[in-house]
Design a protein around this ligand. Structure first.
Ligand SMILES: [Zn+2]
Length: 214
């Protein structure tokens, strides 16, 4: 992500402290049965915690996978209900869609009809495609959402790049504090299945640890 864009929006989170030894892996667009449980299994092998920016529609379809993400100690964030592009969506409609996703996430995070385990935490939000207007961002921040961008994108969803290139995108650029974007989606599956196990091995060798965003 170019520095000047990061400087334009300092109130959004792009990365965390470079002085600590943590990196933040994030997975967008799930949960789906074809990919998300595999991601969770891989993370578990390394005792790695991550953050999942979920599409509300997918949470509604696969609540059991959503609950598994939470039960295994990862963070969840909101990625709108229908994966909307903020630049092409009216502000009221965009905000309503985010709130609809939030309700879906809170309702489905309840285990044994107890109180939601996520409703008392500040809500994380990542705009689909990274496209959100300043107005939309301001409203969401006022409602208590923390807007989480990234400093490293793996391009795992891009079928035109090789798996090895995708891996190098991550390994060459990752440093302490990095927020890395992956996708637990069908589009990204081929690259992700190659890249994620290797990233998990290599980063551990560098002495970095994986934290979820909270
Ligand atoms: Zn997305």
């Amino acid at each position: 992500m170019p520095r000047f864009i990061q400087r334009l929006y300092p109130e959004r989170i792009w990365a965390f402290s470079r002085k600590k030894d943590s990196v933040y892996l994030t997975f967008d667009d799930g949960p789906i049965p074809e990919v998300t449980p595999w991601v969770l299994d891989e993370l578990k092998k390394h005792n790695a915690k991550a953050t999942f920016f979920c599409i509300g529609e997918n949470v509604k379809k696969h609540p059991e996978i959503f609950r598994r993400i939470i039960a295994e100690g990862h963070s969840v964030g909101n990625h709108t209900f229908n994966h909307l592009n903020g630049w092409q969506t009216k502000t009221t409609q965009y905000i309503e869609n985010v709130e609809k996703a939030e309700r879906e996430m809170i309702n489905n995070s309840k285990i044994n009809s107890q109180q939601s385990t996520i409703s008392n935490q500040p809500s994380l939000f990542r705009p689909p495609y990274g496209k959100i207007t300043s107005k939309q961002a301001k409203i969401l921040q006022k409602k208590g959402f923390k807007i989480v961008m990234w400093d490293i994108i793996s391009y795992d969803y891009d079928a035109t790049i090789s798996e090895e290139k995708c891996l190098q995108n991550v390994l060459k650029n990752i440093k302490p504090g990095s927020v890395v974007v992956f996708h637990d989606s069908l589009k990204a599956e081929k690259n992700l299945r190659y890249v994620l196990p290797k990233v998990l091995d290599r980063i551990e060798e560098k002495g970095l640890s994986y934290k979820s965003i909270c």
